[in-house]
Design a protein around this ligand. Structure first.
Ligand code: BG6
Length: 495
């Protein structure tokens, strides 16, 4: 990466906004299958899981030109987009869908022309069904299937950007989709988990090998970087001992297990212990470790939503102190607790920005003093009141303000290259469906046109970007006046 300007960005993800699931040659992925099979709609206004159709979602597939106009007006420096493997390879591992790749070329072209740097993430939990039917990430062949996909993206999209990621949140994906049945492919099987995690790590290494070859072929700039995007929630010891066994165990697993393979070319001891303890028939070949070491990734994307309280005690008799029952982890002496005297979102996600600076320092201490770190997801899911002409999401502004302040502080200690909030517009959320609003831009999911409208947080972030984060506090009256001006000129080109 040549340019070292700090990036103010926004992120989102294909299966959560794109729609057009069976258009442009696309076939089903595991998310299509999962959402069709598990349809669940709780009563309106209830903060529960909604599993709904992603057939149209925010219709980004048809509305991306409008969205790029909205992003340009917002002033975004970059746009992080979790791409869709199935759109580019809908039929098998080798046949490129010309319409699929063209969609991304057009999107990247529009972004570039608007002065917005595209930052692609190649994989976000959304395996093509043709691959899943052959075992998906449990089948070692996926590594070569992924190689072709990565190579294709670098070849056709390499000229638009020098900042890339391979995988999003291996931790959430493998634990919720392979160790439990919360996310697709809902395997709930320890052996499947071990295999899937190892193969995911290998997909990153083959992508890195192809990335370097794409530089030689001049598809990519020689300074381009390829990273891993990880959702580590820093642990806070409930008993106040930050050196506790609980914190150490937590970090061994939640930080090192998901970052070490692609950043250091090794697995922490806890992975070998886990395999032995559960008598899993799987050995990590020495050649794989050598391969991981040879093709390490360049930087870290960090998804920071919240820290997590851990305790060595089970607290089953202490329930009145918590907002939710303590949950045991699969590690010994490690329970997750949710203390009452903290701030939470309506979805009971802890709001606490205090571990952002120390967490960033911990990451750089482990993975290299100068390793670039970029916040790739940070945002607040809420029920926004959309009944008035102005959507005054002050709680979201407050959440973002508190976190951006810490991100900018972290720049004094680590090589923090940018901040990307979650998310540009309202999306389909894995835990809240269409009821959990995240966007700076509201999407009317009841309208066939999926009309867009800015929220107050859009105006706030626009001002933050304009002054490069030097000012985060704005007078309410000023913001609302600016908001009104924007709403007045929000014509059909923006809707
Ligand atoms: C991240 C995922 O873990 O969390 C996103 O990468 C997701 O896909 C985000 O939307 C927020 O989670 P949720 O379930 O509230 O949408």
């Amino acid at each position: 990466m040549k340019d070292n300007k700090f990036l103010f960005s926004a992120s989102t993800c294909a299966f959560q906004i794109e729609g057009a699931r069976n258009l442009g040659g696309r076939t089903d992925s595991i998310w299509d299958e999962f959402t069709k099979r598990n349809f669940t709609i709780p009563p309106v206004g209830v903060a529960k899981r909604e599993i709904n159709s992603i057939e149209v979602a925010a219709d980004f597939y048809h509305k991306y030109k409008t969205d790029v106009r909205i992003m340009k007006k917002l002033g975004l420096n970059a746009f992080v987009y979790n791409m869709d493997w199935t759109r580019i390879f809908p039929w098998d591992s080798t046949t490129i869908n010309p319409e699929g790749i063209k969609f991304y070329i057009d999107l990247f072209e529009q972004l570039t022309n608007a002065g917005i740097k595209p930052i692609p993430i190649l994989y976000h939990w959304d395996t093509p069904m043709w691959a899943q039917l052959q075992g998906g990430f449990e089948n070692r062949d996926i590594v070569e299937w992924f190689r072709t996909y990565a190579k294709t993206c670098f070849k056709y999209l390499g000229k638009y950007t020098d900042t890339w990621f391979v995988n999003d949140e291996n931790s959430t994906f493998t634990q919720s989709a392979y160790l439990s049945d919360y996310l697709p492919p809902a395997r709930n099987d320890k052996t499947a988990f071990v295999k899937a995690l190892h193969n995911l790590n290998l997909t990153a290494a083959v992508a890195k090998e192809e990335f370097e070859l794409a530089k030689v072929a001049q598809y990519l700039n020689k300074d381009a970087i390829l990273g891993i995007d990880h959702d580590w929630n820093p642990a806070i010891d409930y008993e106040g001992d930050q050196n506790s066994v609980a914190v150490k165990q937590y970090n061994e697993w939640w930080m090192k297990l998901f970052l070490d393979p692609n950043l250091k070319g090794q697995y922490p001891q806890c992975f070998y212990d886990y395999i032995a303890e559960h008598k899993i028939k799987f050995e990590i070949p020495v050649q794989d470790l050598e391969y991981l070491k040879k093709h390490k990734l360049d930087f870290i994307g960090w998804n920071y939503y919240r820290p997590i309280y851990v305790s060595k005690n089970e607290h089953q008799d202490n329930k009145q102190k918590f907002i939710a029952p303590p949950s045991e982890s699969h590690l010994k002496e490690l329970t997750f607790v949710y203390p009452k005297d903290c701030d939470y979102t309506k979805w009971n996600w802890l709001i606490d920005e205090s571990r952002l600076v120390s967490g960033a320092i911990e990451l750089s201490q482990r993975y290299g003093k100068d390793i670039p770190i970029m916040i790739i997801e940070n945002g607040m899911g809420d029920f926004d009141d959309k009944s008035q002409s102005m959507i005054k999401d002050y709680d979201r502004i407050d959440y973002l303000k508190r976190h951006i302040r810490e991100v900018l502080k972290a720049r004094e200690f680590v090589n923090m290259i940018g901040y990307s909030l979650w998310t540009y517009c309202d999306i389909y959320s894995p835990s809240g469906g269409y009821r959990k609003d995240y966007g700076l831009v509201s999407v009317n999911f009841n309208s066939p046109l999926r009309t867009r409208k800015p929220k107050l947080s859009y105006v706030w972030y626009q001002n933050v970007i304009k002054n490069e984060g030097k000012e985060l506090e704005f007078d309410k009256k000023y913001l609302e006046n600016e908001y009104q001006k924007i709403l007045d000129e929000w014509d059909i080109f923006y809707q």
